[in-house]
Design a protein around this ligand. Sequence first.
Ligand code: ARG
Ligand code: GLU
Length: 728
Amino acid sequence: MFFKSKFILSLFLVFILSTSYAGEGMWLPQLLKLLNEKEMKTMGMKISAEDIYSVNKGSLKDAIVHFGGFCTSEIISSNGLLLTNHHCGFNAIQSHSTVQNNLIKNGFWAKNNSEELPNAGLTATFIDYIDDVTLKVMNGVKEGMSAVERQTLVDKNLSEIRKTYRLETYQDVIVKPFFDGNQYFAFVTTIYKDVRLVGAPPESIGKFGSDTDNWVWPRHTGDFSLFRIYAGKDNKPAEYSPDNVPYTPKHFLPISLDGVSAGDFTMVFGFPAKTNQYLPSSAITQIVKTLNPAKIAIRETSLKIMDKYMREDEATKIKYASKYATIANYWKKWIGESQGLEKTDAIKKKLDYEAEFQKRLKPESPYQNLLKDLENLFRDIDSYALARDYYSEIVQRNVELTTYMSTLKRLVSAYEKNGDKEYKTQLEKVKESSITFYKNFDSQIDQEKFGALLTMYVNKLDKKFIPEYLRRENLGMSYDETFDQMVRDQYILSSFTTEKEAFDVFSLEPAKAVAAIKSDPIYALASQWSDFYNKEISTPYNNLRKEIDLKLEMYTKAQLEVFKDKRFYPDANSTMRVTYGNVKGYEPRDAVEYEHVTYLDGVIEKYIPGDYEFDVSPKMLELYKTRDYGKYADKNGKLPVCFIGSNHTSQGNSGSPAIDAYGNLIGLNFDRVWEGTMSDINYDASICRNIMVDVRYILWVIDKYAGAGHLVKEMKLVHPKQKTNKKK
Ligand code: ARG
Ligand code: GLU
């Protein structure tokens, strides 16, 4: 009886685990053949795993490019034309914008190569090949080693491994841990450094719906921009030079004009940054109950203040556009994530899973106390984690002047360690980053943010996390007084609220400049606060975190061993992954059903004349009136804008290509739906969807809207559907 029920139970689990996970998973491209090819073919894929990832011939992976290290992009022509999101190219677009020549507002289309705009510091990284180096990394690691011994050995092995690669000057090798350190892969990369802006739609298309529509379906954003990789004459990476030539790729993606239907196979290829699929319930509880609410409240305060000023003044709006979007993005994501986790009962599901885990352990298993230990550790770290988030969100992110103080600190340290000479070397770098900083800095806005956020810090945190000099009782402040006045006074006294004053300090003799910096009230505050933070918050946090990480590594290993019937995929870590699913709508709540595609008609429905999020340009209205969609219309004569699918994507997948069953480009990934943003922690096939711009909308905007048809000519359009990769 016992055996029988256990047998039935495990069958049941195999069933549950394999059916409810369709669409789930971010898979390593080199392992698709082993783990996924069969399933992908059942789901409709017509090409082979070797067509996707091959070290012997050009394959899809050669067209997939890590964009600036934070987004994905793909090559769509034989001349190195690169497609990514508007929000991925936004910094570049903003940096070329002024009030007179506002590329954010008006868009930008280079008429020829010579008009394409260089972007210092922007990189395009290719993956040349991937090796499993687990055995080498673990060489000599023995059970029972202390955490420190073990880490020292692993670090030594890692640096040995790096040396064994004979690399070209433009190549790099990165070794990354997978499954919380249970497996290691080495990625050999080639990095191009001359990446130029080719085209961007106006924000009324590229950012249509802006923050109101962000993370939301139905969506109508044409979130794309175009860049081009330039290479030296030998097609190898080169520093920017006017003599560089467009890069010739090993592979580029043909574009299908066929469009998508519900149920179609889709694959998304890119560089998701970070997920946490294997956390214990105690960690998820901490995210939902402690950390997300705090970060949401801090950002909400900061956003409200920026918004007030951005609405008043056009120049301020340009200055703060990128910062605002960045802060707003995760503010909104965390709200969706918490709601989704609650709605899908994620904690309860984890508890059930943990009960099953515990049940399967033998009495003598070394994992018997693991979950209990983790629970205790997460309880111990809770208040430190909260204080750490408060500090980093406020002092190192939302308040710009305190964030900037770390730049000045480098200068002071250089002087104190190595005197004038080192100071002068640092000063050049500091001046450069200061120019960038002040270009987009408004002291009034920042001061108001600081006052409000400091008040929150002091009101919300346990006394032991508040430095003496910020405690109300030591400042003679009443309980309900805000810190606005105190901050205002310090901003008045500080020499770093304007570029001019800062550069006056930089023009002093090193000793005098350092003295001036150290006596600056904001510098003094930030630096004392940072010392306090290191001692009282970050050190105890890190000590606990080390213990947690060791236990998590063990827990992940244990899960792999205990649930042999489950197919595991490693958490995202900014390495190249493939995820696949189907084009599919969803039901967000009772009686509501979402279709899988939106049309231009929806843009017009959302149109609010003059609104900063939902305005539509006269040109667009005119094209809509005449229904001038050309070959980009679908079979009903409508122009598709976005579609959704069950691909398991995350941050970093922005700009990833959506690829059809034949290896052609059909869309451009840029977001997830609100109800499913918790997929980083708990993927749920019923409501997790990724959002893509339909490639036909992109082409229509380039061709019909912008009149940049020469760019479309450069691409390879395939229509009707045709197989572009040879079958194995
Ligand atoms: N939510 C998308 C992502 O995480 C788009 C963000 C950019 N758009 C915005 N309105 N902030 O990157
Ligand atoms: N917009 C996200 C990014 O910048 C992708 C959306 C997501 O997180 O799924 O990577």
